[in-house]
Structure formats: C-alpha cells, structure tokens
Design a protein around this ligand. Structure first.
Ligand code: 0RA
Length: 660
C-alpha cells in the first residue's frame, strides 16, 4: 500500500469498524466460510444487479471467473452513484462499498425485493475480499475505485470519458484466503445458480464465463418463457401430460408467478421461491398454492361430473402426484422462519397466492376443458394407487415390518440411545458388514449391512418399494418413517453414514441409496444428517509401518516420503492385486495393496481408517441446488443407461467432491 492510500484509509477508521465485525465473524453474514459462503459472495453482488434489473434499468449481467481466479460481476444498470454523499463527505460509491446495508438507502422508492437470505449488501463482499475494484460508467465517464480488505486505497476518480452514452457497474474481487477455507470457485455451482436466476427473471440475460483454462467456457442464459421453461427444464427427462399452466398476477402488492404441469411419474416436486431465494422449507406461499389447487380442482371435477365413477375421496396429496411446479413470489418485507431460515412466514402472502390461484386456475380450466379432464383423470389414478399403497402399508404394518420397534434382525445396534450421539453405518455387503461390526465402537455406532443392490425407487411405485427388504430394513432402523409419514423427531441416529466400496458397483449402490433418501426422506439430507464414508484405496506397508491413502495422489505423496519414485509404480495403477515390487531395487520391501472392497480390510483397519471419528474423513451430503438435484437423480435413475454410466464413472473417481 502506498503512503497516500494509508493516509486515505486512516480517515476512514470509524467506518471500517462495521466491516471489521464482518471480518471477525464472517459466518454470521454469509452463512459459512467454506465453499458455500465463498460462492455466496458472487450471489451477493449479482443480487444487486438483479435489483437494478427488477427496477427496470438493466437487462444483462455477466459473471466471469478470471485467469487469476478473481471474479468479475458486471451489469448495464444505472451504475452506483459516484457523487459526494452530503452527510458522509465522501462518494456514494464509497458508502455503498464500506457501510453495512448502505446499498438500499439511496434508492428507497425503487422496487427492491432481491438481496436475499442474508441480504447483506456488497460491503460484506468488500470486507471479505483481499482486494476489490469497482468500475462505474455514469455521467459520461468511467469511474474507478479500489479497496484492500475493505479499506479504500484512494477516493473514486474518473479515468476516462465514455464515447457512448453508457451506464453500468463492474465489480471485480479476490476473496480473502485468510478468511475462507477455500478460494476455489466452481463454475458448475455458479452456472447452476445463474441458470436458476435467469429462469426466475425472464427479462434478464446472464452470461457466465470461466477463463481459468486455456479454452474458456461460456454459458448464456436467457429464457423468455420464464417459469414455463423452468418447469420444462426440470422435467426434461419425463413425459408431461400437457403444456404447463401459467398463473401470473399481482395481489396485495405481491407479484406472483406460478407454472406447473403434471407428468407420468408419481412424486410431487414443488420448488418455491421468495425474492429469488429457494424456500426449501416452504411456508405461506406454498400453503396458499396447495390449498387453492385442491379446492379449485375439486370444484371443477365435481361440477363437471368427473368423479361420478369413483368411490374414493380425493385428498390434497392426490392432486399433487406427478405435479412439477415452480412458485415465485416477490415480498417486500419477507419474514423467514424455520431451521434454515428458508420458510416464508408472512401470513398475507398465503391469502394473496390462494386468491390469485383460485381465480386464475378456475378460468384456465373453463377455457381448456381437455387439459382439465386429463389432470382430473391423473389425480383419480393417483388416488386409486394411493389407496392400494395404503392397504399395502397397513398390511406391512400389521406384519410389523415397518414398525420402528421391530428393528431388522441384521442391524447391530449401539448401546447409547440418545440419537444425537449415535450413528449408523449402512454398509454394502455382508462381509464388510461383518468387519464393521467387529471394528466399531459399539457404544455409539450401529451397523446395518445390505445385501446386494437396493431397489431403484425412481422406477417403482410406493407399494412396491415397501415390499423391498433392504429398504424396509433402512426405514425401520432410521426410525423416521418416509414420505408423508416422515417425522424427524423420531430419528434414531444423528449421523447416517453410507459406506460402499470404492468401485463402480459401490458408486451405483451409493447412488441408489441417495436416490431413495432424496425422494422419500429428503429432510434428512436438508438437515445434514447424511454422510458418505471414505474408505482408503491403498495400503502401503514398509516393515512394521502401515500407511493408508485415499487416492493416487496421496499414495504417491507417501511413497515420495519413503524416497520411492512413484513413476516406477505406474504399472501398478491398473493392477488391483497386492504386489511386492522387488525387481526394481529401490522399492524392495514395500508392499502396496489396492483394496478391491471394504471386505478386504480387517476390522482394525476399517476402524482406524474409516470409522474412528478422530481419524476418518466423512463427506456430508448436501443439496446445492434443489431443482438440479432432482434432474440429476432423474438422469441417474431414469430409463436411459448412458448418462448413468457416465456419471458413475466420473463420480467413482471424484467422489471426494460429492454434492448433489
Ligand atoms: C445505489 C443507488 C442506485 C443504484 C445502485 C446503488 C446500484 C448498485 C449496484 C450494485 C451492482 N450493480 C448496481 N447497480 C446500481 C440508484 C442510482 C440512480 O438513482 O441513478
């Protein structure tokens, strides 16, 4: 930093107190300091550009990962004002960048609804960046200002005149490596969010570019069909029964947009958003929609004599089987509740959504009787299937198979009963299950061995699923029940750990398990209860010393420490058997084994590498983007084989980065 800039930031000591609070407790402002929080920085800047767009001043946003791994977010909005702020005696730009929550203060009248879950403003991004540079095009000039860890390097200055009458804001930042655990941006994570934003805001074009590799990657998102296209994207792998129904309008100053269709599957997929944030836990907007859907469809069916031939009473759930729906509302002062603050609490929103849907859906059905008939027929089929499933479930209950008191015979339970301190390993195969049972700490670790592959739930109906022994064992052991009966308060373990072999079959079994959990016990994933065990792939033995490695790189690091050139072992990469390499002089006496499966490890090895909480690595499964996770499982477990094969191959190799 130059002398001049030090002088400049010295004057701003007071102001920077606010940013220091952010630097001291970053998680309070952005959720966490891992990958999720890191990507939140981008979202925070983009949210400001989205606000400009919603106010009607901007239609294009660009997000670039630069060669040096910094990120640039630019828009063609009005540009952050650069004129002197009357009370603060410095530029408005500087205030926006250094004062918490300052962004909105300049522009009270604008329709500002974005700015999210944390909604903390760009000053937080500034506080958490090693450096940040802003360029503003405004008043015929290009303005520039630079910051280091939140502190201004110099006042804003104009650096050139603009040839054209342009406006806009460009923010480039490099996250602070002393604050974040990782500063590696993932392009896939960025595109997933930008695609979602483009579907939710149909007037905006979002361009994403990754310049880190030799050949740049680029994605452009613009969907003039908005939510209608979103629903079609979500269900691209399914067969819809009709073109999506679009409900659009404003009630009580609440803009509401809903699109839905029914498909040939049986599950309900409603994705709800408030101010562009996915409300995972739902809330009042969702209640309003569900209640209006049930009521309007019921009225329509009754009035048109479509229920004459059935004795079954249609329930709300019957109207949501095979339903894929996106709900997006804009709420001026949203109240978020729930465990993860993603549940809308505003009661006025329920009636706004309910009234609009009642009105518009009834209108739609009158004008499109053919679609109306198809929907009601589908709901009737669902009701009949549900009736059959209910009977199957009752039968199963009577046989006690699903009763959580009747734990499966092959479950080796733990002795502690406080769920928070217990964990269960769901293990592939009886032999690995045997090792795990011997190796575990039986006080708090339970083992449930599974035989072979579990059923692919993506292709089966609920009553078939409930006939599957492996699935029944999982349901009974976990204790929460599934689907509509799910109750997290009955959870028997604080951690549910999937332990499968590190090969293609193991990946397949893990994917089948995750599919089941995502479809029928999704709350467990959302509450962070599901983990994936990381058994080692290699054992390296030298005399009495024993080392374990989770991948090739780690194995090579260990070999290098033994002064062995890993290059000489290249031939071994594809050789699964354990080998003594004594023909090459310098690696004599070292045995390297590649584990084919968990079953090859003895109980002590399994404990020390994979089960001991002090030494093991667990991957927590989380849903990065809910609609995309839905598509992923559909792709993986649906009818086409090729995408599944590709994913499993890729994932078998990169399982340490697993995010669904
Ligand atoms: C304060 C006031 C105005 C616009 C903005 C901030 C603004 C902030 C960001 C952040 C990224 N892009 C942005 N674009 C605009 C209103 C300015 C006016 O009234 O002209």
């Amino acid at each position: 930093m130059s002398a001049g800039s030090q002088e400049y930031s010295a004057k701003n000591i007071n102001v920077l107190k606010g940013l220091e609070a952010v630097q001291k407790r970053p998680a309070m402002y952005i959720g966490d300091i891992g990958s999720r929080g890191l990507h939140h920085l981008i979202n925070e800047v983009v949210d400001n550009s989205i606000d400009e767009a919603l106010a009607g001043y901007c239609d294009t946003i660009e997000v670039i990962i630069n060669k040096d791994s910094s990120v640039t977010v630019s828009d063609n909005g009005r540009g952050i004002p650069v004129d002197l702020h009357p009370e603060e005696n410095r530029s408005a730009l500087e205030v926006v960048m250094t004062v918490l929550h300052a962004g909105g203060k300049f522009d009270k009248d604008s329709y500002k609804v974005s700015g999210g879950l944390h909604g903390v403003g760009v000053s937080v991004v500034n506080a958490l960046s090693e450096w940040l540079k802003v360029e503003v095009k405004r008043d015929g000039k290009l303005w520039f200002m630079e910051f280091r860890r939140g502190a201004p390097v110099a006042p804003v200055k104009s650096i050139s005149n603009l040839a054209k009458k342009e406006t806009g804001t460009k923010v480039t930042f490099f996250p602070d490596g002393e604050i974040f655990k990782t500063t590696l941006f993932k392009f896939d994570t960025i595109i997933a969010r930008m695609r979602e934003l483009a579907y939710l805001n149909k007037t905006i074009t979002i361009i994403c570019i990754d310049r880190r590799e030799e050949v740049e990657e680029k994605e452009v998102f613009h969907f003039k069909g908005g939510l209608v296209e979103f629903v079609q994207y979500i269900d691209a792998k399914r067969t819809p029964l009709h073109k999506p129904v679009l409900i659009e309008g404003e009630k009580d100053n609440t803009p509401i947009e809903i699109a839905f269709h029914y498909n040939d599957a049986f599950d309900e997929n409603i994705f709800s958003y408030v101010n562009n944030i996915n409300t995972h836990e739902g809330g009042t907007h969702l209640y309003g929609f569900k209640s209006a859907l049930t009521r309007t469809l019921n009225n329509y069916a009754t009035r048109n004599g479509l229920l004459k031939n059935t004795k079954i009473q249609l329930s709300g759930d019957d109207f949501r089987e095979g339903l894929t729906c996106v709900i997006s509302v804009k709420v001026m002062e949203p109240q978020f509740e729930g465990q993860t603050k993603t549940k809308l609490g505003n009661s006025e929103t329920k009636s706004a959504v309910e009234t609009l849907v009642n009105e518009k859906l009834a209108e739609f059905l009158e004008e499109n009787p053919a679609v109306g008939k198809k929907i009601i027929e589908k709901c009737l089929r669902s009701a009949e299937a549900r009736d059959a499933a209910r009977r199957a479930r009752d039968l199963a209950r009577r046989k006690n198979a699903l009763d959580s008191f009747d734990l499966p015979g092959k479950l080796a339970d733990c002795s502690i009963t406080d769920p928070e301190h217990c964990e269960i390993y769901i293990v592939e195969g009886d032999s690995a299950g045997g090792s795990a049972k011997q190796g575990r700490d039986r006080r708090f670790q339970a083992i449930l061995p599974l035989k072979g592959k579990i059923l692919n739930v993506e292709k089966s109906k609920l009553h078939k699923i409930l006939e599957n022994n492996e699935i029944k064992a999982i349901i009974a052991a976990v204790g929460t029940g599934i689907d509509l009966d799910f109750d997290i308060s009955k959870l028997r373990y604080g951690k549910i750990i999937l332990m499968t072999d590190a090969d293609v079959d193991g990946s397949h079994i893990r994917t089948l398990l995750l599919t089941f959990l995502f479809r029928y016990m999704r709350e467990l994933i959302k509450h962070g209860k599901i983990y994936i065990a990381q058994p080692p792939l290699y054992r390296i033995k030298k005399g009495k010393e024993e080392f374990f490695a989770f991948d090739e790189r780690e194995r090579d690091d260990i070999l290098k420490r033994m002064k062995i050139n890993p290059k000489k072992l290249e031939a071994l990469n594809d050789t699964p058997e354990s080998q003594e390499l004594d023909d090459l002089g310098n690696i004599k006496g070292v045995t390297i084994s590649r584990y084919k499966g968990l079953g090859e490890m003895n109980p002590e090895q399994l404990w020390s590498t994979t089960m001991n909480p002090e030494t093991r690595t667990l991957l927590q499964v989380n849903v990065e983007n809910e609609p995309d996770a839905h598509i992923l499982f559909e792709t993986l477990m649906g009818d086409s084989v090729e995408p599944r094969r590709l994913f499993i191959e890729k994932n078998a190799k990169y399982v340490r980065n697993l995010d669904v």
